[in-house]
Write a protein that binds this ligand. Structure first.
Ligand code: GRF
Length: 196
């Protein structure tokens, strides 16, 4: 019986696509639903076109009522019965009220070598710091932002003429390798850290 994975996206969903395309053959998991806060998300369109269930919960009507938004997500998830949640470019902060019940079963990918550069604009911050190395991290989600136990990391060189965009592109290529590799192990109950 495969583990059922819910994948959360806000934008293009390239990480979601990499996860879905890897969940085949002897992979212990299969995609159950793609969730977004953004009806215009390219990830939602791609999931629909590939026969994957989708749920869109627009966060805007909820305003500052994060609990109400998260209750709507929980209700939308229920019929899909996910065992694991993967945040993949999901750009809304989730509160402890949502995260805690998923403790140990919810993953996120962050475009830095955590614990360096939690939060936003990671590539610009790495360049500003003069780092010669950068990368991405898959971690378990805890209520503290970008702070949970690390499940995998991939490193890339920072080149002298890099801009935030060129560096982001190099990191994104590794995200598409790292996240599937981590989920493949995690779904099989193997929490050894993946290092690429
Ligand atoms: C990636 O840069 C990822 O590191 C960050 O959000 C972006 C998602 O891109 N969490 P995509 O929507 O998966 O293409």
């Amino acid at each position: 019986m495969h583990k059922r994975v819910g994948i959360f996206v806000s934008g293009g969903g390239s990480n979601m696509r990499a996860l879905v395309e890897d969940m085949v053959d002897d992979h212990a998991a299969r995609p159950a639903v793609v969730v977004s806060n953004n009806a215009g998300s390219g990830g939602i369109a791609w999931a629909k076109a590939h026969g994957i269930a989708t749920e869109v919960i627009d966060h805007r009507p909820f305003g500052e009522d994060r609990a109400g938004f998260e209750a709507a997500i929980t209700a939308a998830l229920a019929p899909h019965a996910p065992d694991i949640l993967c945040l993949a470019g999901f750009m809304r902060v989730l509160t402890a009220g949502f995260v805690t019940p998923w403790s140990g079963r919810m993953l996120n990918i962050h475009p830095s070598l955590l614990p360096l550069y939690k939060g936003l604009h990671t590539h610009a911050r790495a360049l500003k710091a003069g780092d010669t190395e950068h990368g991405c991290t898959v971690h378990l989600v805890t209520p503290a932002l970008d702070d949970g136990p690390i499940l995998g990391q991939a490193r890339v060189p920072v080149l002298p003429d890099d801009t935030p965009d060129t560096l982001a592109e190099r990191v994104l290529e590794q995200e598409h390798r790292l996240y599937p590799a981590v989920l493949r192990r995690f779904a099989a109950g193997d929490t050894r850290i993946v290092t690429l």
